[in-house]
Write a protein that binds this ligand. Structure first.
Ligand code: ADP
Length: 303
């Protein structure tokens, strides 16, 4: 609550109590044909004003103390979240860095290592370096959304086209997993937004469905107009997830099966990026079970 609000409330309280006193005294006097306080009116006014000013000061001090406590609690909570996040990032970076170091040291200490093993070690080093790159890219995208929103360029963006491009880019992977992608978006869905973030929203959701839904499943992408927003759904009919995870999967580094996510190249930040990007576009997102099995993401974007 701002100081102005507090002052306004205090003044209103003072007036309310003052008016009550005045009415009560007046009523009493009239009923009993008697003056409650043997003094002229100005004394009564002065007395009540003094009492009310005192009350106002007390109220101000109380609200200020409450505000202080709320701010302190909020800062504590933010610090805790930040600490946890830093720990998570450090933990996620540790594994790939340690394995890159391990492979490099082994190759340096054993220069006569056979060619096949050397190539294997180099391939693993490259894949860990790629993992580091994805992680750093995701962290930087989230940072941009957290602290540099003014640098995000909003412009009329053709969502239908972005989705069509992503489907084309992923078609080989979908075919390898015997999965089909059905795009029911009407052409020319234009929203005022960031091209790269809208790309991130759809590519993360489609990528996740390709990674987790399972072979021989299908992905559907739909949209409908809802007032000043577009309501999108990206759904799959795969394995889905248990209800208790539904709201938590948007948290940074929250994964249901860490090993599986890492093996599939996941950073645990994809859905956090999706959620933040949707919120930045004036929308909202939730995950619900697909009727009959699988996972559906429903989200809105402002038109
Ligand atoms: P990750 O990098 O692990 O994929 P995400 O934030 O993108 O991180 O997703 C968080 C978790 O949500 C995943 O690890 C996975 O367990 C679950 N998940 C996301 N999408 C799906 C899906 N379509 N089907 C089943 N599980 C999913």
């Amino acid at each position: 609550m701002s100081e102005g609000h507090k002052m306004f409330i205090s003044v209103m309280v003072i007036f309310a109590i003052y008016a009550t006193f005045f009415i009560l005294f007046d009523d009493y006097d009239r009923k009993h044909n008697f003056t409650l306080i043997e003094s002229s009116d100005w004394r009564l006014v002065l007395f009540s004003l003094l009492v009310m000013t005192g009350l106002g000061v007390l109220l101000l001090r109380y609200t200020r103390r409450m505000d202080h406590r709320i701010n302190r609690d909020q800062a504590d909570k933010e610090n805790q979240v930040r600490r946890q996040l830093t720990q998570n990032i450090a933990h996620e970076l540790k594994t790939p860095v340690a394995s890159i170091l391990g492979y490099a040291e082994t190759m340096l200490e054993h220069p006569d290592i056979d060619k096949e093993t050397r190539v294997q070690f180099l391939e693993r080093t490259r894949s860990q370096a790629q993992r580091l790159t994805s992680l750093l890219q995701d962290i930087s995208t989230l940072n941009r959304m957290d602290y540099a929103t003014d640098m995000i360029q909003m412009e009329p963006t053709d969502v239908s086209r972005i989705v069509a491009d992503i489907i084309q880019e992923t078609s080989l992977r979908a075919a390898q997993r015997h999965m089909s992608i059905h795009n029911y978006l009407p052409v020319n869905i234009i929203v005022n937004g960031s091209k790269s973030l809208i790309y991130s929203i759809f590519s993360n959701l489609i990528d996740n469905a390709l990674k987790y839904a399972g072979e021989e499943t299908a992905i559907e992408i739909k949209a409908q107009e809802k007032g000043d927003k577009w309501l999108f759904t990206v759904s799959d009919n795969g394995t889905g997830i248990a209800r208790e995870h539904l709201s938590r999967i948007f948290e940074r580094f929250y994964r249901i099966d860490k090993g599986r996510s890492r093996a599939l190249g996941g950073t645990g930040l994809g859905l956090a990026i999706v959620k933040n990007a949707v919120l930045l576009h004036g929308g909202d997102i939730k995950a619900v079970p697909t009727p009959g099995g699988g996972l559906t993401f429903e989200f809105t974007l402002k038109r």
